[in-house]
Structure formats: structure tokens, C-alpha cells
Ligand binder design. Structure first.
Ligand code: UDP
Length: 319
């Protein structure tokens, strides 16, 4: 395949590039290096089948040109991380709305099949036990900038569905649930690399709120092959598919686990949400995926447990 990976220098994108190159595909990365880095593609620097184009998904002519010379598009470029969304709301909205529309529109015009990365954020505050793809969205007020990411990604999904249906271009929407792994930076939010970094430096682990909120972390190594498989699965077109992990844990429990696995001397520091993210912040109490659709479509069986995921980050930070 001749693949275009937007956001290919980012965390999930760069692991996808590794996988595609290892499987003999040609890969062009479009990335503005805002949160991604060339360092993430370092191992591939000598791969003749990889090309990095530094540019924005808001650049319509560039997007058109790159999509036009690809048969498959993996669209992962986005403004990501809770801190990014809260600190740069306008820039984030622009990228996540107009950028995605540009990419989806170009794919439709050129007849390139496309995967659009979405997120468990679209479920908002719905804390059901095992969110299925048709679960209701429970979003907070648009006055709270925290919800802008969820709102934009929900619209991205709609744009992708509508284009897919109207043009017949194969379109896959993946909803990632707290995907974690090496190269993920804690700079913009992302709790697991933050906690691991703090633990390795014996600094206090910053738990926001009382730490009773729960998440289910998934491994990038489970998710990347699944994304590629979904692209080859017509039954997956024009619908959203949850991809995530196995085990639910409270954020306090995560902090304790990280301290134990690293043998750190860190203590846990509880920080009120207002101090962490500013006034009016609302967290999601719980976010647990039901991945039976992915199992049905592509035999998705995540194998990495929470400890494996934490250890993979510890190893990469120590390397
Ligand atoms: N969190 C935390 N300390 C940090 C960073 C995040 O306690 O230093 C919490 C955050 O408030 C949320 C959870 O960890 O409840 C997961 O945060 P992340 O930003 O990784 O992903 P989210 O699930 O919020 O999209």
C-alpha cells in the first residue's frame, strides 16, 4: 500500500509507521511536529520507503497533493492532550475540525480509503459499564473548554460517515481508549507517562482530584495491528469501532502500581482539578470500553495487561 499517515511523527502514528514499514508498505508522513517529533521516527530514518513531510493538515493544497499520491490514508493528526485543548482552545478546534475535513474531503475526491482516528472522549461523561459504539454521548456545557475535543471529534466522525456513505470511499473510524506506550509524552496530559516520569525521578506523583476516577489503558502494540486489519475489513466501513485495553484501574491505583513497579520513593500528591486544569474543569469518572465489535470484526484480543503497559514505558524511559 502507498500510505499517507497524518500525525505520523506522533505517538500512535509513529508506531503505525513502524508497523507499515515492517510489512513492506510505502509510507509518507504529514506532520507539523507540534506535539510529534522527528525523534519518534528515528529508527526509520534510513528506511527508503518512509518520507516525512513537515506541514499542516490545514494546508489544503498540500493535503490534496499528498492524498492524491496515496491509496490509503491514516488520519491521526490532531491537537491532543487535555492541557493542549484547555490552553489553546481555538488552535485545537481549528486543527481538529477543519484539518480533518480537509483530509476526509481529499480522500473522497481521490478515492483513497481512509481511517479517521477518534476517541473515547466522544462518550463524554457516560460512565456505563462497557461503552458500546452506539452508547449515548453525555457532554458537558460547551462553555467548558474541556468538551471542545469531544465535540470536535464527534463532528469529525460525522463528516467521515457522511463522506463515506455519499462517496462509497471505504472509511474506518477508530475510537481509541486511553492508548499508552513508549514515545508518548506526559507533557500535554497523558497520565501514564507523567506518573512514570515522576516515579523515576522520585518526585511526587500528581493525582488530580481524589484519584477515584477510573480508566482502562490499552497498549499501542495491541492497537496498531488492529487499525491496519480494520482497513482491510469491509464490514468495518462507515462505523465506529472501539479499541482499548482489558483492565480498569483507578488513577490512585495506577499511581500505586507505578510506584511499586519502579521501586520509587515518590509519594502521592493530590491536586485539586481547578489547580491542575483551571476553573470549571470536569473529569470523566469512568471510561471502560466494550470491544466486542472489534473482536467480531477482526478477532481483536488485546494481550498486554496494565503492568506490561507500565513496564514498556519504564523501559523506554530508562533506555
Ligand atoms: N491525571 C492525573 N494526574 C496527571 C495527569 C492526569 O491524575 O498528572 C488524571 C486525569 O485527571 C484523568 C486521568 O488521569 O482523570 C487520565 O488522564 P489523561 O489526560 O491521561 O486522559 P483522559 O482520560 O483524561 O483523556
Amino acid at each position: 500500500m502507498k500510505a499517507l499517515v497524518t500525525g505520523g511523527a506522533g505517538f500512535i502514528g509513529s508506531h503505525l509507521c513502524d508497523y507499515l514499514i515492517a510489512h513492506g508498505h510505502q509510507v509518507t508522513v504529514l506532520d507539523d511536529l507540534s506535539t510529534g517529533s522527528e525523534e519518534n521516527l528515528r529508527q526509520l530514518a534510513d528506511a527508503p520507503d518512509l518520507q516525512l513531510v513537515k506541514g499542516s493538515i490545514l494546508d489544503t493544497a498540500l493535503v490534496d497533493d499528498l492524498v492524491g499520491s496515496s491509496d490509503t490514508v491514516f488520519h491521526l493528526a490532531a491537537a491532543v492532550g487535555v492541557h493542549t485543548i484547555v490552553d489553546k482552545p481555538l488552535e485545537s478546534l481549528r486543527t481538529n475540525l477543519h484539518g480533518t475535513e480537509n483530509v476526509v474531503d481529499a480522500a473522497a475526491r481521490h478515492g483513497a480509503r481512509i481511517m479517521v482516528a477518534s476517541t473515547s472522549e466522544v462518550y463524554g461523561k457516560n460512565d456505563a459499564d462497557g461503552l458500546t459504539e452506539d452508547a449515548d454521548r453525555v457532554l458537558g456545557s460547551p462553555l467548558k473548554s474541556r468538551w471542545s475535543y469531544a465535540a470536535a471529534k464527534g463532528l469529525d466522525e460525522l463528516v467521515a460517515y457522511v463522506y463515506g456513505r455519499e462517496t462509497g470511499v471505504p472509511t474506518v473510524i477508530t475510537r481509541f481508549f486511553n492508548i499508552v506506550g513508549p514515545r508518548q509524552t506526559g507533557r500535554y496530559g497523558m497520565v501514564v507517562p507523567r506518573f512514570v516520569g515522576q516515579a523515576l525521578a522520585d518526585e511526587p506523583i500528581t493525582v488530580y482530584g481524589d484519584g477515584s476516577q477510573r480508566r482502562c489503558f490499552g497498549s499501542v502494540f495491541d492497537v496498531v495491528p488492529a487499525v491496519v486489519k480494520l482497513m482491510d475489513t469491509p464490514a468495518a466501513y462507515n462505523r465506529a469501532v472501539n479499541l482499548g485495553g482489558l483492565e480498569e484501574v483507578s488513577i490512585r491505583g495506577l499511581a500505586e502500581r507505578v510506584i511499586e513497579l519502579t521501586g520509587s520513593k515518590s509519594t502521592i500528591e493530590y491536586i485539586p482539578y481547578e489547580k491542575a486544569y483551571g476553573e470549571g474543569y470536569e473529569d470523566m469518572r469512568r471510561r471502560m470500553p466494550d470491544t466486542s465489535l472489534a473482536r467480531e470484526l477482526i478477532d481483536y484480543e488485546p494481550t498486554r495487561r496494565l503492568d506490561d503497559i507500565i513496564n514498556s514505558i519504564v523501559e523506554s524511559k530508562r533506555a
